[in-house]
Design a protein around this ligand. Structure first.
Ligand code: GLN
Length: 487
């Protein structure tokens, strides 16, 4: 899609301004129902588009992404633009600097239409935890788009953006991509700089693209990958032009599957994934059963380590440096509060009590507990040890196979409100995606087709997990299936 639009722009069939305006019109028409966007950046987007058009007019060369409109999850800082993390506590926060990914996209002259909705601070799997209200699934407005990057996935699925960026700590790019019928890539931990991404769980967080096609995913990854001195965990810069690696078949390639993942799976989802496996076989790949004995502890491990890191990362939101401050003025505006805060501690407590949502508070409490003296060894330290064992499972598996194929999600998109009463039910939506974050692996969700859910057809994705820093192979194999013959 990006390549075709690029051709149109350089051949004068469409200008970037026209394209950008067209996307704003679609947003205007659809977004009151879908609520993919929290903030639109009309002026900035159109002036970027204009600059690209002027270059084209002068006959100057432009890159593939130049003038192509996309959207950014509202957990990534953009200088001068509201960055809320969909939290009340950052409702008035204007980022004073650009995240590395934004600087890189600006260098490519990409057009940024706006900031997209998410679960507050990226905690959730449905986008229902947003302070601004839930995003809806474009395929059925009564269903969730997934989360936490639900706005980014819904924006691309509903043609409100050509591409978008999400962040993925336990599945937040891939799970909404699966629910919305788009491609979602979580790069290897360290492939993309996290500088300017509001930290949720720093040892898991990665920024990645959500797009309509695998090629588009490769194009966006090429633009945003690379190391950066502001993020010590970003890996030395050997990023590539990933879109140039999408040729060649999958003959002789070994793809691993885990038998237990298919037991008890929604039968319609199972059929779709089994069909993908059959396709790969027909294309010449070798399917091998593998075992990941510790992977079954992934969810439990994640839900210890993630809250621990979150409780530490979110300590900075205390009403002093950023966003909301529940001081006397704010407080008197609220009903039923007569005691004005008198101490600094009261300001902290009030700010966090009124500024943070329920799920965020739950994680902070869980994390604080698991890190507290006397429990640290029993929970946090133990979970870290299990994390190592899970990583070792993958090291072993990747001696036998080149990639691993799984469902992305156990079910298609669920109804709004269906799981919000039960956090554990919600956590289970990430059962297949979370392991890649625990091990730091790159993983992609690719639309596997649609299945009948009540009176609607809902999309469902399959997941490929690759070796560390082997995004080119991961994208190549995903692309080979997407563009297979007899499709
Ligand atoms: N759903 C998971 C959680 O709530 C993952 C979220 C994410 O990847 N940001 O923690």
């Amino acid at each position: 899609m990006i390549r075709e639009l690029h051709e149109k722009i350089i051949n004068g069939k469409i200008t970037s301004v026209q394209l950008t305006e067209k996307y704003f019109q679609t947003i205007e028409k659809k977004d009151k129902d879908i609520i993919a966007y929290l903030t639109l950046i009309k002026e900035g987007a159109l002036s970027q588009a204009q600059r690209v058009d002027e270059k084209v007019k002068k006959g100057e060369k432009i890159g593939l992404l130049a003038g192509i409109p996309g959207a950014i999850k509202d957990v990534i800082c953009m200088k001068g633009v509201k960055t809320t993390a969909a939290s009340k506590i950052l409702d008035n926060y204007i980022a004073p600097y650009n995240a590395t990914v934004i600087t890189k996209l600006n260098k490519q002259e990409a057009v940024i239409l706006g900031k997209t909705n998410l679960d507050e601070f990226a905690m959730g799997s449905s986008t229902e935890n947003s302070f601004y209200g839930a995003t809806k699934n474009p395929y059925d407005l009564e269903r969730v788009p997934g989360g936490s990057s639900g706005g980014s996935a819904a924006a691309v699925a509903s043609d409100e953006a050509v591409w978008s960026l999400g962040s993925d700590t336990g599945g937040s790019i891939r799970q909404p991509a699966s629910f919305c019928g788009v491609v979602g890539l979580k790069p290897t931990y360290g492939r993309v700089s996290r500088y300017g991404l509001l930290a949720m769980a720093s040892s898991f967080d990665q920024i990645g693209p959500i797009t309509k096609t695998v090629e588009d995913s490769a194009i966006i990854l090429s633009a945003i990958a690379g190391s950066n001195t502001m993020d010590a965990t970003s890996s030395p810069d050997f990023s590539k032009q990933y879109e140039n690696y999408l040729t060649g078949g999958v003959k002789g390639l070994k793809i691993g599957v885990v038998k237990e993942y298919f037991e008890g799976l929604n039968p319609e989802v199972r059929k779709k994934i089994e069909k993908v496996i059959e396709d790969y076989k027909k294309m010449g790949a070798e399917i091998q059963e593998i075992e990941l004995p510790y992977a079954k502890y992934s969810l439990a491990t994640y839900y210890i380590i993630q809250p621990c890191e979150t409780s530490s990362n979110l300590a900075r939101f205390d009403g002093i440096k950023y966003g909301l401050r529940m001081d006397d003025k704010e407080k008197t505006q609220l009903e039923n509060i007569s005691n004005l805060p008198k101490t600094l501690l009261e300001t902290y407590l009030d700010t966090r009590q009124y500024g943070l949502g329920q799920e965020v508070k739950r994680r902070i409490m869980l994390g604080t507990y698991a890190l507290s003296s006397g429990y640290y060894d029993a929970y946090y330290l133990r979970a870290q040890k299990v994390r190592t064992l899970i990583k070792k499972d993958f090291e072993k598996a990747f001696q036998k196979v080149d990639l691993i194929l799984t469902p992305t999600t156990p079910t298609p998109a669920f109804k709004l409100g269906e799981k919000s009463h039960d956090p554990l039910e919600m956590y289970l939506a990430d059962i297949f995606t979370i392991t890649a974050n625990i091990a730091g692996l790159p993983a992609i969700s690719v639309p596997a087709g649609k299945i009948k859910v009540e009176d609607k057809k809902m999309p469902i994705g399959f997941q490929l997990m690759g070796k560390w820093f082997d995004e080119e192979n991961l994208l190549k194999v995903a692309h080979a299936w997407e563009t297979r013959k007899n499709n």
